[in-house]
Design a protein around this ligand. Structure first.
Ligand SMILES: *Cc1c(COP(=O)(O)O)cnc(C)c1O
Length: 398
């Protein structure tokens, strides 16, 4: 029995786990070609620290505009920072926010707009910048799924005022959990550092827990062991009729805020030289497969504009309607081939977000949630297995 992961994570080598210490943020800043990075214990924590800092600089503003179809942790981070999420519906058949609606949602209470680089694709930051300039708001790029993605030869995260990456399992290079925060201007960088001082403490128990979890990842992240740690809980959740748990989106309100141990940083620093060749190989693999999927009528596959060079953890696609998507998933979700869904719902449809996000009409976000699916871009998905996925998709379009 083999099971493929739903995203292309960079596998760790056992040698990465030897004792040592490193400054991961410094190495990573050099790798990305940016002036400075701030390490936090998760992408969510990075977002809390960033919003806390922005709110201290502009205290009369308390709203944060996000796409209505995004990671539920984004809403929890905004709530944790004492702010209110404002949901923007999507552009037609796209994961980006609708620019017209974005404009109408922004005003004197808007603290920040969060364009979101999903699936390694580069989001429309310029539309967010235009709306932010009119409203006097910040632009905070959610690049949780896009570490290594570039536009015009520069890393994502700095076209706006600030941005963050996630180092969680499943998002590429991982410390099991981690986040990186970057800002364009020194003033905002200093404010982020001050927020870190105010909010983040060392936690010896979390250091041990995450160290064990990271070692567990190094051991179990391989097709022979993923049936145990990924496939079994997935099938159990689906059998129980709980797709939110199946994709791991069943988050609690607790957001840990603590430092990242020097050892975990060293593990990440040792894996880092392998990231560029890994991203190049997965990009080449993705190009062929995107072209192949484009042959399917009514299927949209997201890729890069000529000035963009994204990363390819998985392929994000929409099918023409929800029935076709559900027909495909009924075969593929439990086939062990790394086919999955990204976010199950538009944000108001997660029961645990009631009272945190407003319940507004979001026809396009709900439509996108109903028609989208993802195909892993792990190098472990061979051409024959990819073709079997292609066949199921073609059959489900009838
Ligand atoms: C995963 C994710 C986050 C949160 O990052 P964590 O490191 O898991 O806390 C935020 N936004 C998006 C789009 C994500 O996919």
């Amino acid at each position: 029995m083999r099971e493929l992961p739903p995203t292309a994570g960079l596998p760790l080598h056992l040698g990465d786990l030897r004792p040592g210490r490193a400054s991961f943020a410094e190495r990573m800043a050099e790798w990305l070609g940016v002036a400075q990075l701030q390490l936090e214990c998760s992408g969510t924590a990075a977002m809390v620290v960033a919003l806390h800092a922005m709110h201290r600089l502009r205290p009369r503003r308390d709203e944060v505009v996000v796409p209505a179809w995004t990671c539920p942790l984004v809403a929890l981070a905004i709530h944790r920072a004492g702010l209110k999420p404002v949901l923007c519906d999507l552009a037609p058949n796209h994961f980006d926010m609708d620019p017209g609606q974005l404009d109408s949602l922004c005003g004197g209470r808007t603290l920040a707009i969060v364009p979101t680089h999903l699936a390694g694709r580069v989001a429309d930051v310029d539309a967010a910048l235009a709306a932010a300039q009119r409203a006097g708001a910040y632009v905070l790029e959610d690049a949780a799924q896009a570490l290594g993605a570039e536009q015009d030869g520069h890393s994502v995260g700095l076209r706006g005022d600030a941005g963050f990456f996630s180092l969680a399992v499943g998002k590429g290079l991982t410390l099991f959990e981690g986040g990186l925060l970057l800002a364009r201007d020194a003033a905002l960088r200093e404010a982020f550092a001050a927020s870190h001082e105010a909010l983040v403490r060392r936690d010896a128990r979390m250091d041990w827990q995450r160290a064990l979890e990271l070692a567990g990842y190094a051991l179990a992240y391989r097709p022979s062991l993923l049936p145990l740690v990924y496939g079994r809980p997935l099938r159990k959740a689906l059998a129980a009729g709980d797709p939110v748990a199946a994709v791991g989106d069943d988050f609690g309100p607790d957001i840990p805020l603590h430092t990242v141990s020097g050892w975990r940083q060293a593990v990440g620093a040792r894996a880092l030289p392998r990231l560029r060749p890994f991203l190049d190989a997965t990009r080449t693999q993705a190009w062929h497969r995107v072209a192949r999927l484009r042959e399917l009528p009514g299927v949209t596959v997201f890729d890069d504009a000529p000035d963009q060079r994204g990363t390819w953890p998985f392929l994000l696609l929409t099918l023409p309607d929800a029935d076709a998507r559900d027909r495909a998933m009924s075969v593929l979700w439990t086939a062990g081939l790394g086919v999955s869904r990204l976010f199950i719902h538009a944000l108001p449809d997660y029961t645990y977000l009631r009272g945190i996000v407003p319940d507004t009409p979001l026809p396009r976000a709900r439509d996108f949630a109903g028609r989208s699916l993802t195909i892993t871009n792990s190098p472990w998905l061979g051409d024959a297995a990819f073709e079997s996925i292609h066949r199921v998709l073609r059959q489900s379009l009838l």
